[in-house]
Every structure is written in structure tokens, then in C-alpha cells.
Design a protein around this ligand. Sequence first.
Ligand code: ADP
Ligand code: F6P
Length: 322
Amino acid sequence: MTGKSIAVLTSGGDAPGMNAAVRAVVRTGINMGMKVYGVYRGYNGLLNGDLEEMNLRSVSEIIGNGGTMLYTARSEDFKKPENQKKAADFCRSKGISGVVVIGGDGSFRGARALTNAGVNCIGVPGTIDNDIACSEYTVGFDTAMNTAIQMVDRIRDTAQSHDRCSIVEVMGRHCGDIALQTGIATGATAILVPEIEFNIERDVITRIVNTQKTGKKHFIIVVAEGVGGVDDLAKYIEHRLGIEARATVLGHVQRGGSPTLRDRVVASEMGYRAVKLLSQDIGNRVVVMRDGKITDLDITTALDMERVFDEDLYRIAMTISI
Ligand code: ADP
Ligand code: F6P
């Protein structure tokens, strides 16, 4: 028995695999003799006292569920320093010495603020976007892409039947990772991402024309949310090439669904590591994947890192999707 009490919350956009991380935190904590609270609706739960003590069975049968059993929120209130102090006071009043925060880099800023207010926090990267510079992987990314490729495969069936061009927008906020990998996995003729400067004539029209010359009659163009403009692009392709074009924005379908094996396993490993850190009274860290291994970094070091887009993978996509 360590006699410690800790809490876990999910914050920002939900991501498949968040439940697996919550489960790992609860089970690891209880296994180490801790009391573990589940905090509802992100940081708001710490401001409203919306939390519950978890037991081993509280997290039964959630590992395969999408969404988050703890609900999530984007809390503007928590950005105010007086509320961060209020949340820290609340944690102290419950004897909570550490909090695991599962979310994106906004949530990590919140975790840093709460640590500065006196409650050790550990961040676990949970977002479909894979946009956290310090970690090669974020929980939810694999499931979102697997959903995206299923959807694009279906769109391809109808595009092929009509000899059309289908333009598909995928999520990712300012990050092109979902678009890049989905584009490769579905054989997209062009992939537009915010990280790579593009020219519609060169990178879309000419690529379509070149593949037409080799006999291709239907085309998939994958566009990252950070580029957008898919309706206009469809109209432009119709006008320039006389091919029928249709635009689809995949949207929130990518956020739901049962997490893949990868998301369940990575979430479990990350949740476990977060509790191990708290058990040693270590806070202000983010659990990350680096060189394929789960490790941890100081939150400020992590937040200061710059994301590097995988240009080699982009070049491979452009070479083989012809
Ligand atoms: P994500 O965690 O997915 O990046 P957000 O950027 O919406 O999502 O952040 C989630 C929540 O984290 C915010 O609603 C807010 O409660 C908290 N947060 C974000 N930035 C800060 C900050 N600078 N200081 C304190 N809390 C923050
Ligand atoms: O961060 C996850 C994400 O789904 C992004 O890909 C997208 O830009 C955003 O959240 C959508 O946010 P909301 O849930 O507010 O529609």
C-alpha cells in the first residue's frame, strides 16, 4: 500500500484508445495500492468536483470501446490561473497528489499549469492527429487511419464505377500525417498536406493527366483538413479536365469506433508508465514514443519541440502513386 491517491482525466478531442489508457491507469494504480479517481469532462471535473473513485471493475469492458468513458471537454475556464489554483486546492482537499492527463498538447499545457500549482501531472498523448512533436505516436492515430482507409476504399468503388475523381478530406487539424498515410494506403493520385507547399496544376492536374495517359480512369485525391477547400478543388478539376469530380469530408467518423490493436497496446503501455512516474512522486512529464520505445520527457522540453513531417514518406507516395 502506498496510500497515495491519484486521478485520471481525458481532455481535448476524444480519441479511440483513450479508454484503454484510462483502464491501464486505474488498474496499475490500484495494483500499486493507490486510490484512483476518474475525473469527468476534462479539467472541468476538477473545477466542479465531478469525479468518482474507480475500482477494478469500473474499467471492465472498456478496452474495445471508442470515445472516453470519462467524457472530455475543452475547458476555457481552466486556462485562467485562478481556476488552476482552484483545481489544485480541490485535488489537495481530496488527497490527490498526482493526475494523469490524456489528451493533446493543449491538455499538456494544462498539465504543466496544474503541476506548477502543486499537483504532479503526467501527460499521455491521446489524439487522432499525431500532431505532438515530442512523440512519434499518439493514441488514436492508427484507428482513425484505419477508418479513413475503409471509407476511401468505399469511395473508390463508386468513383471507379463512374470514372470519376473523388476528393477526400481527412482530419488532422494542422498536421498532414493522417492524409499522408491514408493517401499511401489507398493509392491516391495526389496528396495535399499543409507541411508541403503545393501547386494545383503541377501536383494535382498534371498528376491526373499523366495517369490518364497510362489508362487510369478514376482518381482519388486525399486532402488534409489543414489544406481544406475540397469543394472548390472538385469544381476546378471538372472545369480543367472535364472529369466528373465529387468531394467528401470524412469528418468525425474518424474519431469514433473500436480502437485497433496498436492503439489498445500503446495506450496500455503509456498509462502504465504514467502511474509508475507518479508512484515515484515524479510530475511534469509527458509519456512519449521515441524510436519505437515508450519513455518520458519534461513537459516544457516536450512542448518546445518542433514537429518534423516525414518528407521521405511523402516522396515515396509521389513515386508509387502513379
Ligand atoms: P488538445 O489537448 O487536444 O490539444 P485543446 O487545445 O483544446 O486540445 O486543449 C484541451 C484543454 O486543455 C483546453 O480546453 C484547456 O482546458 C486546457 N489548456 C489548453 N491550453 C492551456 C493553457 N495554455 N493553460 C492551461 N490549460 C490549457
Ligand atoms: O484534434 C482532433 C480533431 O478531430 C481534429 O482533427 C479536428 O481539427 C478537431 O479535432 C475537430 O474538433 P471538434 O471536435 O471541435 O469538431
